[in-house]
Design a protein around this ligand. Structure first.
Ligand SMILES: Nc1ncnc2c1ncn2[C@@H]1O[C@H](COP(=O)(O)OP(=O)(O)OP(=O)(O)O)[C@@H](O)[C@H]1O
Length: 241
């Protein structure tokens, strides 16, 4: 049987006596894509930060390819490509210099840097300083950074934030290609049409809890043809989004 890439088992995060997320369970297999959806403050980034090892669960366990962060930090980190929702680039560097820096840290060869720049459409501007980049271009560079080492697990925090419709479609195509190659992807989004286009499973969170989850097909059966949009309207009606 195929081993899961990611297992999140009954995870809680408490900060200063406040429960931020609770009872989170999820399993992600190679070639699978999971979307985390929910309104602002639902707990998406908190879960993501625990999965990538930037913070530790107060309770419960997280395994990436069968190991926990506290067991083998370096190997754990090598399994993950992480795109944070906010990152300040060193502005003086060009796109290619930025990726070369990360590539050295991860032992990635130059050919792969150029291929990645091409994938995210930054090939032609690779020598321009990142300070001259738009928000969407920075997002694509951040995505490129996560893809660089072709890790088995990609964890992307709001990856399409700031992308125009053209790059949103390119992102969808790229993730489909990555998935076909057997990489697993977990991403958070407010854009339900992106989740609908690429996710095998969608998890809706509210106040740090999973309130509904399933495949796109299951959401269509439960909520009708409008699927996730109808689910969102129903689950969050009267709530702050
Ligand atoms: N270090 C912290 N100390 C106190 N509260 C925190 C901390 N980190 C997160 N929170 C709170 O936990 C909740 C979940 O935050 P989180 O950033 O995970 O939500 P999110 O779903 O990613 O939201 P958004 O879609 O707005 O990015 C929020 O109410 C937030 O204020």
């Amino acid at each position: 049987m195929t081993e899961p890439v990611l297992q999140v088992q009954d995870v809680y995060k408490m900060i200063e006596n406040q429960t931020i997320v609770q009872s989170i369970n999820m399993t992600l297999f190679p070639g699978q894509v999971i979307a985390l959806c929910g309104g602002n403050g639902a707990g998406k980034s908190t879960i993501i930060r625990m999965i990538v090892g930037l913070s530790q669960p107060s309770k419960g366990s997280i395994f990436v390819k069968g190991i926990q962060w506290k067991q083998e930090r370096e190997r754990y980190a090598q399994y993950i490509g992480y795109m944070p929702d906010d990152y300040q680039f060193g502005n003086a560097l060009s796109a290619i210099e930025t990726l070369t820096f990360w590539a050295k840290l991860r032992g990635v060869e130059r050919g792969q840097i150029l291929e990645t720049l091409e994938w995210v459409g930054l090939e032609e501007v690779k020598n321009q300083p990142v300070s001259a980049f738009s928000k969407g271009m920075r997002q694509r560079l951040l995505f490129a950074q996560a893809l660089l080492s072709r890790p088995p697990l990609l964890v992307l925090d709001e990856p399409t934030n700031g992308l125009d419709p053209y790059w949103m479609d390119s992102f969808v195509r790229l993730v489909k290609g990555i998935k076909e190659k057997g990489h697993a992807v977990l991403f958070s989004t407010h854009q339900l049409h992106v989740a609908e286009a690429i996710a095998d499973r969608v998890i809706f969170l509210r106040n740090g809890k999973i309130i509904q989850e399933g495949t796109i097909e299951e959401f269509r059966k439960r909520y009708g043809a409008l699927g996730l949009h109808a689910a969102f309207s129903e689950l969050f009606s009267g709530q702050e989004k």
